[in-house]
Design a protein around this ligand. Structure first.
Ligand code: FMN
Length: 178
């Protein structure tokens, strides 16, 4: 997939649809040692915090990816063309604890440009992040009681903020300069 470097202030996307409809692949770990894991995510955010571009991801504690998010300082988010939907479904239903999911999904991990966590060759969009903050959801702060229905096992997500340090993507993700 041909990706170009996208300055963060010219990165254009439709954020709600990118997460909820297109889905992203969250990967944490270290490419050079081969120790990393990836999983599909559809809840998260992109924005600005403390004057820095950031991505927010939420990971339930029993995910295998959680162990990597805890242990390693960086993560990546990858978006894929529609043909890869079945692969994202697979990566969002199998656990890396039991199987090498990226091989089953026919995805090729490659080195990212600025972080140790890998990106994937087939991605149309790659966002490289350095962790800067985490916090666990506190159910006593849910103002809509219906939100707790997302947690029948009380496995509240851990929230991670990653400072975005690089974005690469197809040219559709680049706002033309004025
Ligand atoms: C569309 C979709 C979106 C998902 N979004 C999230 C998410 O935002 N956070 C999360 O913890 N799990 C999410 N999951 C579930 C994980 O991707 C899934 O449990 C995965 O198998 C975990 O893999 P792992 O054990 O290898 O980390 C999602 C699954 C799908 C199919």
């Amino acid at each position: 997939m041909a990706r170009i470097s996208i300055p963060v202030d010219r990165f254009v996307t439709t954020p709600y649809s990118l997460w909820e409809d297109q889905w992203l692949l969250l990967t944490s770990g270290d490419f050079s040692s081969g120790k990393f894991n990836e999983m599909t995510v559809s809840w998260g955010a992109l924005g600005s915090m403390w004057g820095r571009p950031f991505a927010q991801v939420v990971v339930r504690p029993h995910r295998y990816t959680f162990e990597f998010m805890e242990q390693y300082p960086t993560f990546t988010l990858c978006g894929f063309p529609p043909d890869f939907r079945p692969d994202l479904q697979l990566l969002g239903s199998l656990s890396g604890r039991e199987t090498d999911k990226s091989i089953q999904a026919h995805l090729t991990p490659i080195a990212a440009s600025k972080v140790a966590a890998p990106v994937f060759a087939e991605a149309a969009l790659t966002i490289e992040c350095k962790k800067i903050y985490w916090q666990d959801f506190d159910p006593t702060h849910f103002l809509d009681p219906n939100l707790d229905k997302n947690y029948p096992r009380k496995d509240y997500h851990r929230v991670y903020y990653g400072e975005i340090v690089a974005v690469f993507g197809e040219s559709t993700y680049l706002r033309p300069s004025a």
